[in-house]
Design a protein around this ligand. Structure first.
Ligand code: G3H
Ligand code: 13P
Ligand code: ZN
Length: 322
């Protein structure tokens, strides 16, 4: 099937109590690792491209890589989505250039300005058969060259969501309930330590999610910054020359719970990066004489595939839903 929008995916995910994985793609091996897992697990998927990915790999290459995945995986629905579109022009360029979904992220702007920019993107996108994700609230962490310190992050205010959605006409809404971008989601003093000395992050604000869902019945909610930062990969990085002390993510049980509620899209990028980097570090540590990129990218792609399979089956609950 050709690229699809997320409309039908989200409708089924909401009703079925699961979420769609939205994985960031930057090169061929990442696209292949993700889509091979989705194909084998019969899972619908969102492949998302950031401004940074477009700058790195080029818009056309990324679209063509995703189109290749569509040809290779005709049995699963695939969405091509712009992640964190910073302005109308970038959204327009992706809408005109083959994407089926865009995010306009004006969440750092004042409420009225966020509405105004989002509405403009929605009008253009809907005229072209493309759907729009918007955001209210501010996540901490690093996203597309923007670093938001923990103290500057703010939870979504549930009392704002109805007005925002009705005035903008957006198709899904990203909210801030305590997730955070990157591999260092929380500072040590935001966490407690368990008996093994591992950092335990503060729990997500399910009360905010529930209040938002009550005000927007049936409306798809999106969680950004939802990597769980698997400690096996942090250890793999650190055990082979890396230095990522106290990297910590969102516990998977909390993401699983969110997926059973109104959260229909869960964004995962950092976990893929960790799997790829850990695998390549280990490869070179163990085989320092090797220099063929195919030899080290192959196990990296295989580990991305297994990581994605685990997310589909054990966290998102979307395996078998294609
Ligand atoms: O939230 C941002 C995503 O992780 C994309 O990161 O801007 O480095 O491509 P990036
Ligand atoms: P992570 O950094 O937790 O993977 O979040 C990715 C994301 O939200 C992309 O928009
Ligand atoms: Zn994000």
């Amino acid at each position: 099937m050709p690229l699809v929008t997320s409309t039908e995916m989200f409708r089924k995910a909401y009703a079925g109590g699961y979420a769609i994985g939205a994985f960031n793609v930057n090169n061929m091996e990442i696209v292949q690792g993700i889509t091979e897992a989705c194909k084998e697990e019969k899972a619908p998927v969102i492949l998302q491209v950031s401004k940074g990915a477009r700058a790195y790999a080029n818009h056309t290459y990324l679209v063509k890589l995703v189109e290749a995945a569509v040809l290779e995986c005709p049995e699963i629905p695939i969405v091509l989505h712009l992640d964190h579109g910073p302005d109308f022009e970038t959204c327009k360029s992706c809408i005109d250039g083959g994407f089926t979904s865009v995010m306009i992220d004006a969440s750092s702007k004042p409420f009225e300005e966020n509405i105004e920019i989002t509405k403009k993107v929605v009008e253009y996108a809907h005229d072209h058969g493309v759907v729009v994700e918007a955001e209210l609230g501010t996540l901490a962490g690093i996203e597309d060259e923007v670093k938001v310190e923990a103290h500057a992050a703010s939870y979504t205010r549930p009392e704002e969501v109805e007005e925002f959605v009705s005035k903008t006409g957006c198709d899904s809404l990203a909210i801030a309930i305590g997730t955070s971008h990157g591999a260092y989601k929380f500072t040590a003093d935001q966490c407690t330590r368990n008996e093994k000395g591992i950092l335990v992050p503060p729990p997500l604000r399910f009360d905010v999610l529930e209040e938002v869902s009550k005000r927007l019945p049936g409306f798809p909610i999106v969680l950004h910054g939802s990597s769980s930062v698997p400690q096996e990969y942090v250890r793999m990085v650190n055990g082979h020359g890396g230095k990522m002390p106290d990297a910590v993510g969102i516990p998977e049980e909390q993401l699983r719970k969110a997926a059973t509620l109104s959260v229909c899209k869960i964004n995962i990028d950092s976990d893929l990066r960790l799997a790829m980097t850990g695998t390549i570090r280990q490869f070179f540590d163990e085989q320092p004489d090797k220099f063929d990129p195919r030899e080290y990218l192959k196990p990296a792609r295989a580990n991305i595939k297994e990581l994605v399979r685990h997310k589909l089956v054990d966290v998102l609950g979307c395996a078998g839903k294609a």
